[in-house]
Ligand binder design. Structure first.
Ligand code: LLP
Length: 449
């Protein structure tokens, strides 16, 4: 069983100043209020409306560089493949592509997006526990760097598609190391009970089988034990040590290994978690896989993009309920589902300068969707937020927009990229017309009266 999510709620919430201190791209100005890089967020909210996602290009670049440098400084030959499932904005992908990042994709749609952003196919890894034949054919036609296979059955599928299309498929085996990443059970992936990866004890025989299949070129091993990992390096080390043992066994049998994919999962501090540093992760990789002297890859998502994004929302009204003050926002669980889905904590900051110093009282911060789980925060210390007040959800750059839905017929929110003092809308707010546009009412139901 996965261990329960780490309990951190017995400490007081960080105050506004503490939240800002850990997020250098956000500052509170006396006149402009909350500013991202050089752009007052109020300016964006007024021009574009809310809810709106805003991403900092500078933060994406800086965090990608920190990770790259940490891997290099540990003496590793490493490549970074951004997990586009956490943020598939073409503008975000373009920023990271220009920094030299590749992509980790898990669907035909993500592959199309990564290519549309200009990421070269030979820097793209195709992961996922259930790739369809069409997706495998698409990946081979594009010429991706590798497919990470997750089962014996999938290997046969890949071999069949390769034979049909006359291509050679570069395949890595994703191994399930049966290691507890000590993260939330819903995002733990490296335990034997999880659906992911190939059972550790089957992996050696399957790798040998890969080598015997004509349409397949075995390229290495992959492992990914979970996401939002904050509990030190022990789980990573344990997983990588198992991969190292397996790699040694395969090499001693004369089987080739070109690269080792170390997955993603590095956690970030949303509240007061002590998140491990990229240097610590690089050190864990070096200590376990380094002696093999094989190039390594990483598939980080959240660590790069999470802190780079905020979700702007407006207060619709403050409701004095029987038990609580409810701050009802125009953003909802359909926009940012993480609190409803994982009980996750996101910092919430007011945008107006005077709100930073106003007295605070506990509030339930909710959206307008008709579900009690449409609750972003409970008992959160916030100032009086009259209708029209603006707030920002912090660390919303990963698994925010990509997990949105249109539940309650709520159009997808707008997206904006900030780059220094420049900003631009990178995805206009979806229109109500667009929401209805792809529906068809059968003729026999007649026309509306
Ligand atoms: N590689 C593989 C094979 C993955 O499954 C994932 C994430 C990643 C890389 C990137 O992991 P990261 O570095 O972002 O932790 N929706 C959840 C997170 C789901 C993670 C799924 N897999 C959340 O909002 O917390």
């Amino acid at each position: 069983m996965a261990s329960p999510a780490p309990a951190t709620r017995d400490t007081p919430d960080p105050d506004f100043a503490e939240l800002l201190a850990r997020r250098p791209h956000l500052t509170a100005h006396a006149f402009d209020g909350l500013v991202m890089d050089d752009v007052p967020l109020v300016q964006i909210a007024r021009a574009v409306g809310t809810p709106t996602w805003v991403y900092s290009a500078g933060t994406l670049r800086r965090r990608h560089a920190m990770l790259r440098d940490a891997l290099r400084d540990a003496g590793l030959t490493a490549s970074i493949h951004f997990a586009t499932k956490c943020n598939d904005s073409l503008a975000v992908l373009r920023v990271l592509n220009a920094e030299g990042a590749g992509a980790d994709v898990v669907s035909g749609g993500e592959l199309i997006g990564a290519r549309a952003a200009g990421i070269p196919a030979d820097r793209i890894v195709f992961s996922g526990v259930g790739k369809t034949r069409a997706e495998i054919a698409q990946a081979l036609a594009e010429g991706v760097l590798q497919l990470n296979a997750e089962s014996a059955e999938e290997i046969e599928m890949i071999a069949a598609v390769a034979a049909e299309t006359g291509r050679i498929a570069p395949v890595a085996l994703r191994v399930n190391p049966d290691v507890d990443a000590r993260t939330h059970a819903k995002i733990s992936t490296g335990l034997a009970e999880n659906k992911f990866g190939i059972a550790y004890n089957d992996a050696a025989a399957l790798y040998a089988r890969l080598s015997s299949l004509p349409g397949i070129r075995p390229v290495g091993l992959a492992v990914h034990i979970g996401s939002q990992i904050t509990e030190g390096m022990a789980a990573y080390r344990a997983a990588y040590a198992r991969v190292a043992d397996l790699a040694r066994a395969l090499l001693s049998r004369g089987l080739p290994i070109e690269r080792l994919d170390c997955g993603g999962g590095l956690g970030i501090p949303y509240r007061d978690e002590i998140a491990p540093s990229p240097a610590a992760l690089a050190g864990a990789i070096k200590a376990t896989l380094g002696p093999l002297n094989i190039p390594v890859m990483m598939e980080p998502g959240r660590w790069i993009a999470g802190p780079a994004g905020v979700l702007l929302a407006s207060v619709i009204l403050q409701k004095r309920g029987a038990a609580h003050r409810f701050v009802v926002l125009d953003a909802a669980m359909n926009d940012l589902i993480r609190p409803a889905m994982y009980e996750s904590w996101h910092g919430i900051l007011p945008l107006a300068p005077d709100a930073f110093h106003a007295p605070r009282a506990p509030a339930e911060v909710v959206g307008p969707v008709c579900e009690s789980s449409d609750t972003f925060a409970r008992g959160r210390g916030l100032p009086d937020l009259p209708p029209g007040s603006l707030v920002a959800f912090l660390d919303a750059g990963a698994y925010g927009s990509t997990m949105s839905s249109t539940y309650n017929a709520r159009p997808l929110a707008a997206e904006v990229l900030v780059d220094g003092a420049r900003w631009a809308v990178t995805r206009p707010r979806q229109s109500h017309e667009a929401l209805l546009a792809n529906q068809v009412v059968p003729d026999w139901l007649g026309s509306p009266a």
